[in-house]
Design a binder for this molecule. Structure first.
Ligand SMILES: C[S@@+](CC[C@H](N)C(=O)[O-])C[C@H]1O[C@@H](n2cnc3c(N)ncnc32)[C@H](O)[C@@H]1O
Length: 241
């Protein structure tokens, strides 16, 4: 499943790319960096660059690992009736991805965790920092990572995870001209102590994460409220009910 997209680098945070990834959905903006809601304060943005001792172990992703679009993934439209997200999109590895390696940043619109600044119907909202009160929503804009499906009903276990990390961003106030800012990214799961996942992700394999049971419980509640039988069926299937 080789990607046909041209590899380009882009500094802007909107669709400043020469070619979109294959199968990119219509009407969704392809991002090369986050966009920020007007409700996000300067203090919150500054806090994203703080390093607490607990965060000291987080991976600092080097600029060289970040390519836009990423050559590591291909977005595919799933045509498999036994796949619970049949007809939707998923992301597939274009090459072997080794355990614990960085795959792709989770891009989207950063908003504050308040009802007035979030889309309660979004399927693509991910917490960026609970303490600072920020999340990233990729419902209307994002990158390849917005198409990562949950492993339930597809594979026995996930092969990747959303993980906190740091990326270098420009900063005129620092002598180095840059600083580290926190992000969320998709990483291949580590091999594990017993080496169960030492094979990593094979070329052509779907990259699958664990949304957590809470995600599907939330979908179930929303589906019951909206009387959306299709959504309810998917949520119940994912929950093994
Ligand atoms: C973040 S999106 C994932 C990408 C989505 N498949 C797409 O084409 O944009 C989350 C939505 O994908 C679908 N999905 C993801 N994993 C699934 C699974 N294991 N079973 C059923 N539906 C799934 C659900 O509709 C869910 O609300």
């Amino acid at each position: 499943m080789a990607s046909e997209t041209e590899i380009v680098t882009a500094e802007a945070n909107t669709s400043d790319v020469k070619s979109l990834p294959k199968n990119w959905p219509d009407g969704i903006t392809y991002l090369t960096d986050h966009t920020y809601s007007a409700a996000v304060t300067d203090d919150q943005r500054t806090a994203l660059c703080r390093t607490l001792s607990a965060d000291a172990t987080w991976t600092q992703v080097p600029d060289t690992a970040i390519q836009v679009p990423t050559p590591l993934l291909e977005i595919c439209i799933i045509a498999n009736e036994s796949h619970p997200a049949n007809g939707q999109r998923g992301i597939f590895a274009t090459r072997h991805l080794i355990p614990d390696s960085f795959i792709c940043l989770y891009m989207g619109h950063v908003h504050i965790n308040s009802m007035s600044d979030q889309d309660p119907n979004s399927d693509y909202d991910l917490s960026l920092d609970r303490d600072i009160g920020l999340s990233v929503d990729a419902a209307r804009s994002g990158n390849e990572s917005r198409h990562a499906n949950d492993y339930r009903g597809i594979a026995e276990r996930p092969n990747a995870e959303f993980r906190d990390c740091y990326v270098k961003v420009p900063c005129t106030k620092r002598a180095a001209g840059s600083k580290w800012e926190r992000r969320v990214a998709i990483f291949v799961l580590p091999a594990g102590k017993a080496g169960k996942r030492k094979a990593g992700i094979q070329a052509g394999e779907e990259v699958l994460v664990n949304y957590g049971k809470g995600y599907w419980e939330g979908r179930k509640t929303l589906a019951s409220f909206r009387k959306d039988d299709a959504m309810l069926k998917i949520a119940k299937l994912a929950l093994g009910e």
